[in-house]
Design a protein around this ligand. Structure first.
Ligand code: ARG
Length: 565
């Protein structure tokens, strides 16, 4: 496995010789051209520690910095900053290596981590809603990203397939007698019809209750009906996954019911560790600082959402061996996860060194700021939403060049689905998200269409170039310098996005990169008459690396590129 240093690590190494303190360096990109390319801003913190004036510290560092590699110039500034200029030769050679490498010379982790990413998690008794859409999109991106960086990713789809509602639903499925897939297309309607029947017909209601008990006690007939119901429901979810192009498969499903046999043990083991307390007949764990306890078993013996999650946590840590477990779930479940994480650690279900995190995201709102609903207040069917995205995408590109009907169709799929995904990923995930078709399908601004357009534009340069790409990258003017550094920053960005589980760092980066490239291209023509051969070759390689970086970045976000737009 190849290991490579990111820009940040390379600068750090150059500082190592200065060896003034063990503290990791604190360097960030310069905010103004006159501050150089990067800026060291750790002298203030060091000055407290070493009881020395920050400027003195900066001066001492500068004297000893290695100026033979990545850094070509270091200058003290202000009260003790160090402005750093990167060596154009170093930058150029890094870009040359990246452009011919399938991984763009991005390293993989020295110590890969086994990570469980829990995402999507639709409920089989209900229509998959926009919250599940966000979980599916963000979760899949996180899984892709960690996988790309070399972690061992285990995708887990914790579907809700257990609970008392299923008695009524399977009794109804049996009653309508058909193969069920037709009327189950709209789960919400199916649920309403079943409930209507339940309320109106006492003997049906009795049967439904009887079926709840029967599923739970393992009655073959009822379990078969239940299995059929789950199969059909899950099939609908898979249609959505398919349209979205996310990588979840049936193998990734570890449904709530998967943990049924473990629930009793969870309670027993909690009891053994002494954290269990009875309260109003229910079995609870009281956590320090929390007013409400975690209820793990109801008075009637029934188990709860939290009980299943405790079993799942134990399975993931102990059977799957995960060292990081990431739950991509609506922010409103924050309290739930905080509690079950604590209980799982206190009870020793999950070793101390396992990182548990709730990757929370905000609610999807409509333009007027209300939670996203259909006109009559129902749940928006995701499949309809995605179909609409494709139709709207068709509309957005209808005036484009000469495409056949079939090409337009394929293009619209890539653009429409890309737009929905990108819009979701481009915001800070914890914010509420305002769904806006016009904005997400615009060629301007931080959208997938803009990124796909930038990519296609570079491809059109290469369609006009019929030669062999050779020669060196030459960092000529300031824009070229900035573009090259921007390209090399990709790895640092991915690293940070993975640590923070925040895809919007990738989208912001891609947007900055594409915008910078457009400016660069305006100022530095490539195929125009009069451009000398060496500059042409150099710029072509920078253009190529830009396109490849956009393509790789979008691939991590689960979005495809198109060659022509
Ligand atoms: N089914 C849940 C819901 O719709 C999401 C499941 C999330 N994962 C978990 N392990 N609790 O709210």
């Amino acid at each position: 496995m190849k290991l490579k240093q990111t820009i940040n690590q390379s600068i750090q190494a150059a500082f190592d010789k200065a060896n003034i303190d063990e503290t990791p360096m604190s360097v960030s990109e310069a905010t103004k051209p006159e501050f150089g390319d990067y800026q060291f801003n750790g002298a203030m913190a060091l000055s407290k520690k070493l009881e020395k004036n920050p400027r003195e510290i900066a001066a001492q560092l500068i004297e000893n910095i290695d100026l033979s590699g990545i850094i070509s110039k270091a200058e003290i500034a202000g009260p003790g900053f160090i402005n750093l200029w990167l060596n154009p030769l170093w930058i150029a050679s890094q870009c040359e290596t990246a452009v011919v490498d399938t991984r763009l010379n991005i390293g993989t982790r020295e110590k890969p981590v086994k990570v469980v990413v829990d995402y999507s998690g639709p409920n089989m008794a209900k229509q998959m809603h926009v919250g599940h859409l966000r979980s599916t999109i963000i979760g899949d991106t996180l899984a892709n990203l960690l996988e790309f960086l070399g972690d061992e990713v285990i995708r887990q789809n914790h579907i809700g397939d257990w609970g008392t509602q299923f008695g009524m639903l399977i009794a109804y499925l049996e009653e309508i007698g058909e193969d069920g897939s037709g009327s189950l297309k709209d789960l919400e309607q199916f649920y309403k019809d079943a409930k209507g029947h339940f309320d109106a017909d006492a003997s049906f209601a009795d049967k439904a209750r009887e079926y709840v008990v029967k599923i739970q006690s393992g009655d073959t007939h009822c379990l078969q009906l239940w299995q059929k119901f789950i199969d059909i429901s899950l099939g609908h979810c898979e249609e959505v996954y398919d349209k979205l192009g996310v990588k979840l498969t049936r193998e990734d499903v570890r449904a709530e019911s998967f943990y049924n046999d473990e629930l009793e043990n969870v309670i027993k083991d909690l009891d053994k560790t002494g954290v269990l307390q009875e309260s109003d007949g229910a079995q609870c764990v009281f956590l320090e600082g929390d007013e409400v306890p975690v209820i793990v078993q109801k008075g009637d013996g029934g188990y709860l959402y939290a009980t299943t999650d405790l079993a799942a946590l134990r399975y993931r840590a102990q059977v799957l061996g995960a060292k990081r477990i990431s739950y991509v779930v609506d922010a409103r479940q924050g309290g739930h996860f905080k509690q079950v994480f604590k209980v799982a650690k206190e009870a020793g279900f999950v070793p101390e060194d396992v990182k548990l995190e709730h990757i929370a995201f905000g609610t999807m709102m409509d333009k007027s700021g209300k939670p996203f609903k259909t006109r009559d207040g129902g749940t928006v069917k995701l499949i309809d939403l995605l179909d609409e995205a494709v139709l709207k995408a068709k509309d957005a590109i209808k005036d484009k060049e000469d495409y056949t009907e079939a090409e337009i169709h394929d293009l619209a799929k890539v653009i429409g689905i890309g737009a929905v995904k990108y819009a979701d990923l481009a915001i800070n995930r914890e914010s509420n998200y305002i769904f806006n078709w016009d904005k997400m399908l615009s060629f301007d601004g931080n959208t997938s269409l803009y990124m796909q357009y930038a990519y296609a534009r570079i491809q059109s340069i290469f369609r006009r170039f019929d030669g062999e790409l050779k020669g060196n990258i030459i960092i000529g003017d300031a824009l070229e310098h900035r573009l090259a550094i921007m390209l090399l920053r990709f790895e640092d960005i991915l690293d940070r996005a993975a640590t923070d589980a925040s895809p919007n760092q990738i989208t912001s980066y891609l947007y900055d990169l594409a915008t910078l490239f457009m400016r660069f291209y305006e100022q530095n023509p490539i195929l125009k008459e009069g451009v000398d051969e060496a500059s042409k070759m150099s710029r072509l390689q920078l253009a190529d690396l830009t396109a490849k970086t956009i393509k790789q970045g979008l691939a991590i976000l689960g979005i495809q590129v198109v060659n022509k737009l």
